[in-house]
Design a binder for this molecule. Structure first.
Ligand code: C2E
Ligand code: MG
Length: 498
């Protein structure tokens, strides 16, 4: 249309110029004047049409740009800017009419794992599927937005009581129990949801967001796939927990973690050097902090993945040093369930072993009995993969919980470490002594080595030998040592127990 107008304007302008020249050259008549005026008028009309068309196109482009600016390109939900505008508008309205609204802040629990294992295209389709499902869960006047990679917002406008927020959060959790179907992949998705209410938890947009974020963080820490309403007590707890996590992150980058090694004495082979690596946090002001004080935090925030990777690399590095000194030593590493379930765990372990060029048999992974039994179905295939790498596997803290002999048979492990509480009881309680004897016999039938933990007095050591336990560790032998002290200890000990 614009092209046609341009051609016509050009022809008419030429005609105008030609007519003007002709009028100048010849004596003008009224008819010529009229023709000239008509041509000029036509030219003006065409120019007007051209500008009007252009104006409409620019306006249309602007509307399209505006749409892009307020919509999330992937999911077509409102984007962060649009959500902010919407909240500001309803805050202004609520101030006038005294009504309430709720913000549900949803953070996907497993998006990184989906992206890492299934790829970014599937990840994108998951976000689109999630957006569709969320939109179907809310009322017509509620708003759903995507405010970050895997973060969504639901705004429940004009709620009379917080029960609607509770019902909606519950519906989200229930609805995502059914996996999404993404190009034939069944993808399970779950959310941690934080809820804040206007005006109870804040009267400004930012304070409401902050409150919802704190509640979401708490929902994550409470085991994910759930929701929490903001409370001021949560605020304190989350602040504390966030500051510990920041300190732990700094500890990693500033190399504040150290490993101590507690030797394990093997009764059948004193030449076999074995030790357990135990982490300590050397805090600049506080000094050495025990693992019980920071490992649970690290597990909650999943920082245990980076801390655990550091431990594995450090143990492999130390193992290499021992081998180079001709003192090959088998080192046990404690592994948290979160590490074991991490899809990258097996590859990371193999990489560490290969990088330091050590024999995989020199690494033993200790996993606590409680999670091995409770999560057996999920964990057993991972144990088989680990065994295929050549590393040894041990059940830690055995006898602390209630073991299931059925599962014991199915767990592909090399070592049972009898918990120190049970070792302690053997001197007081005959039944516990018989239990330890039975566990040892069972372990041997299943080709496992049996270790007594928490050998604190000479009687524990005597009893361990009497019950044919294979190895022992505990304060009676020594407390955890620095790596460089380990082999002096073995030398002194082999003379003592041989
Ligand atoms: P655990 O695997 O059962 O480790 C043995 C704990 O018992 C160690 O405490 C050790 O110092 C202590 N111990 C050793 N002998 C005796 C004894 O005769 N009597 C008594 N009362 N205690 C004894 P620690 O070093 O404080 O470690 C506590 C727990 O922290 C460990 O229990 C383990 O579950 C966890 N942990 C330690 N290092 C790591 C690590 O690198 N990664 C992970 N994920 N967890 C770790
Ligand atoms: Mg252990």
């Amino acid at each position: 249309m614009r092209k046609l107008c341009a051609v016509m304007v050009s022809i008419l302008t030429l005609a105008l110029v030609a007519t003007a020249l002709y009028i100048v050259e010849t004596t003008s008549t009224t008819a010529y004047h009229i023709a000239y005026l008509l041509l000029a008028l036509l030219n003006t009309v065409i120019l007007y049409i051209m500008f009007a068309t252009k104006e409409r196109e620019v306006h249309h482009d602007y509307r399209a740009l505006e749409q892009i600016a307020f919509k999330d390109a992937l999911t077509s939900l409102l984007n962060r800017r649009a959500v902010d505008n919407f909240i500001d508008k309803i805050i202004a309205r609520c101030e006038r009419d005294g009504s309430k609204f709720a913000i549900l802040y949803l953070d996907m629990d497993n998006f990184k794992a989906i992206n890492d294992t299934l790829g970014h295209d599937v990840g994108d389709s998951v976000l689109v599927g999630v957006a569709k499902r969320l939109r179907n869960l809310v009322r017509g006047n509620d708003v759903v937005g995507r405010v970050g990679g895997d973060e969504f917002i639901i705004i429940l406008d004009e709620i009379n009581e917080s029960s609607l927020a509770f019902i909606t959060a519950e519906r989200v959790i229930q609805s995502f129990k059914k996996p999404l179907n993404i190009n034939g992949h069944r993808v399970s998705v779950s959310f941690s949801i934080g809820i804040s209410i206007y005006p109870d938890n804040g009267v400004y947009r930012l304070s409401l967001f902050k409150a919802a974020d704190i509640a979401m963080y708490q929902a994550k820490e409470s085991g994910k796939n759930g929701y929490k309403f903001y409370t001021s007590e949560l605020d304190d707890r989350v602040k504390k927990s966030r500051s510990v996590n920041l300190a732990l992150e700094r500890a990693l980058t500033e190399e504040q973690f150290v490993l101590m090694y507690q030797p394990r004495i093997n009764f059948n082979n004193s030449a076999l050097h074995e030790a357990e690596a135990l982490i300590r946090w050397n805090r600049p002001k506080e000094g050495l902090v025990a693992p019980s004080e920071f490992i649970p935090h690290a597990e909650k925030s999943h920082l245990i993945l980076s801390i655990g990777a550091w431990v594995i690399n450090e143990v492999c590095r130390q193992c290499r040093i021992f081998c180079d000194r001709n003192q090959p030593t088998q080192i046990s590493i404690n592994i948290s369930l979160i590490q074991l379930k991490d899809p990258e765990f097996v590859v990371m372990l193999k990489q560490a072993i290969d990088t330091h060029g050590i024999d995989a048999q020199l690494i033993e992974l200790e996993m606590s009995e409680s999670y091995l039994i409770q999560e057996a179905e999920q964990v057993i295939p991972i144990l088989h993969k680990l065994r295929a790498l050549g590393v040894k596997l041990a059940i830690d803290e055995f006898g602390k919980g209630y073991s299931s002999m059925g599962y014991m048979k199915r767990l592909p492990v090399d070592t049972i470490k009898i918990d120190r509480s049970l070792i302690n009881e053997t001197l007081i309680n005959q039944k516990d002594k018989e239990l330890v004897a039975a566990i040892t016999a069972l372990g041997h039938v299943m080709n496992m080595s049996v270790v007594a933990e928490g050998v604190e007095i000479d009687k524990h050591l005597e009893m361990s030998r009497m019950l044919h336990i294979d190895a022992a560790q505990g304060f009676y032998l020594t407390e955890p040592l620095e790596a460089d002290q380990l082999h002096d200890f073995y030398k002194a000990m082999s003379a003592k127990i041989s």
